[in-house]
Ligand binder design. Sequence first.
Ligand code: FES
Ligand SMILES: [Fe+2]
Length: 453
Amino acid sequence: MHNVDELIDQATGAQRRVIYADPAIYEQELERIFGRCWLFLAHESQIPKPGDFFRTYMGEDEVVVVRQDDRSIEVFLNTCTHRGNRLTRADRGNARAFSCNYHGWAFGIDGSLATVPLEREVYFNEIDKDQFRLVPVDNVASYRGLIFGCFDKDAPSLEDYLGDMRWYLDTALDAMPEGTELIGATQKVVLHTNWKLPVENVCGDGYHLGWSHAGAMKATQSGDLSGFTVGNTGVDLEGGMSVAGLNGNSVLASLDGVSGYAFYPEPALALKYLTENRAKVVARLGKFRGEKLWGSQLNLTIFPSLQFLPGLNWFRVYHPKGPGQIEMWTWAIVEKNMPDELKQQILDNVLLTFGPAGLFDNDDGDNLASCTSQSRGWRTRQMPVYTNMALGRSGQRAGLPGDIASGIVSEHNQRYFYRRWQEHMQAKDWSEVPQYNLNPLEAKDEQRTVQAA
Ligand code: FES
Ligand SMILES: [Fe+2]
């Protein structure tokens, strides 16, 4: 067994490569990270009506998220309580009951065991149906349309888990009173990578953009991205920021208010929408978020496995499938009040840039798979790799929560991601997991509450 203290060195930004390859470490992650943290399940827009359901994963546990008759949301293990067959095989749909394919037990959408074939003849009416209800996920809550579940009864509330990250999230989720929705089918890709590598790539790695994605950027870029140039020949560090120190959650942000749409071959429609709605958003969210963040390229990461990029507008969750494989699920996220023509253009652009045929995703997938397979070598996995760029150069900025490094080319956010990973892996339970919101918001600053789901 590895000593977790030695796997990450926060002082130097080093990670031991064994964390990307070792099955025992992966098993510990299932227990201490995916078994403990709040995990994204579905967007409320995906299950609007009673009986609507969505099948997904929490770590490697398959769950089904179901809208109830009273509009609340319940989440159950998607497993039959008789002999353990998978319950629903549909990805999503609407149901009045879930029937098991194996022997025909049927469960209500509230998880109750409704009918048992031959109940009188072979169970002699003695079966205690309450004992065989579907197994519920203990904690379910929503934040601005995003439904999360958590297996650990001792976890902090979703509100505390997100902490001051909510201030940044609201730029994407609450700019408009109508909120957001996910559109398009679930785009599923199996990638041969350890789950941490795509998360660290998106949470903070602006460094690879001009190099890995030079071709994709040339093909799609129609605007500036904080003075960022293809080929890594220059970057404007004042034009962006890397924000971390928010309980493992992080933000990578350009600060120009339009660069989210820099990678659209035809951005005119999106830019018109931004211009027409800017004043309204400033009135809701204030000048900094309304002018500098809304419309900018943002990378938002909720630890451990949810990421979305307003502007490019993809929304993604990673499901681990062993130490060297993931299923990556992607949708397009849009503001509900956007014109239909713009929503369609956003969905088309997500397909062009990310997802199974996306220009950017294909660049990344190859690199991430290679970083993973390289880590399997007996000698290679003993060596460290580093995220030491701009180490020690972060600080606090008045009115902005978190510990902030300048620019989007920095490895600041990755270091905090691995710090959070190590904190969870070291802790026996939630009482040992430190909570931190560096440079917390003042009480006068608006914070939104979490709805009970
Ligand atoms: S395993 Fe589901 S009814 Fe038997
Ligand atoms: Fe990338």
